[in-house]
Design a protein around this ligand. Structure first.
Ligand SMILES: [Zn+2]
Length: 258
């Protein structure tokens, strides 16, 4: 099955849909003739602020499609500040490759910044000192047997992570391998950098940089590329909705109890 998503068509569709939903769409950069786009919704007194990004790997279309679907459904609550980057690597998406057209894995580039895509993204993040209540990065994995997630949050694991996994299990299996991507995993829950220093590491993923400078709570969601695209998009949508709904719950501290 082809996983290629035609970025020009996708981005045009995304811009039209975001415009119609009242978002401010900004072209924060350009890479290989394709625009790097962000869509912001900034209410005066937001209940919280949420960052969402997808498509940093060009062979992982489900996250981008999930964001477009939610936008088209009018799901994004107008009392929340949203900052949405629907496709961080449009050149990779055009080619259907994990890396950027320059051969760089953008998700290892957030410390040393070799790629134009990363430089532009970090400049956008620095603008107005963006800080988020939560940041979600949407990914896919060719080797996974089911959904799993990475959490970054100081302290103990958040119960929210387990709730996200439980909600996704309604539509796809959870990868229960004891080790995923070289990291220890417990029923699809990974916290490889919890409470540890990563300042000496060089190949920082996006999530690590967000954790350091822009948010206290972040998740990377991973759907298995072997399942039908529709199911993967649905799983990403469920994971996003569960996260936001639980963070908005009246007793939000419940979401953080073990
Ligand atoms: Zn990825």
């Amino acid at each position: 099955m082809s996983t290629r998503l035609e970025p020009k068509t996708f981005l045009r569709h995304f811009v039209n849909t975001a415009d119609a939903a009242g978002f401010h769409v900004l072209e924060y950069g350009e890479a290989g003739g394709l625009p790097l786009l962000a869509a912001d919704l900034s209410p005066k007194l937001p209940r919280m602020s949420v960052y969402l990004s997808a498509g940093i790997h060009g062979d992982e279309p489900a996250g981008s499609l999930a964001l477009l679907t939610l936008m088209a459904q009018g799901w994004f609550d107008r009392e929340i500040a949203w900052h949405i980057l629907p496709m961080l690597n449009p050149g990779g998406m055009a080619a259907g490759t994990r890396n950027s057209p320059d051969g760089i894995d953008l998700n290892r580039d957030y410390r040393d910044n070799h790629a134009a895509e990363t430089v532009a993204h970090k400049a956008w993040l620095r603008h107005a000192g963006r800080v988020y209540d939560a940041a979600l990065s949407l990914h896919e994995d060719w080797e996974a047997s089911g959904f799993y997630l990475y959490e970054m949050r100081n302290g103990e694991p958040a119960a929210l992570g387990w709730s996200i996994l439980q909600s996704v299990e309604a539509v796809m299996p959870i990868d229960r391998s004891p080790e995923i991507d070289g990291f220890p995993a417990v029923n699809g829950f990974l916290r490889p950098h919890a409470n540890s220093s990563f300042e000496t590491m060089h190949e920082w993923p996006e999530q690590l940089f967000l954790h350091r400078d822009h948010t206290a709570l972040s998740y990377t969601f991973e759907t298995p590329s072997s399942l039908p695209l529709e199911t993967r998009v649905l799983a990403q949508i469920i994971a996003i909705k569960t996260t936001v709904n639980l963070l908005l719950a009246p007793r939000v501290e419940d979401a953080f109890e073990i």
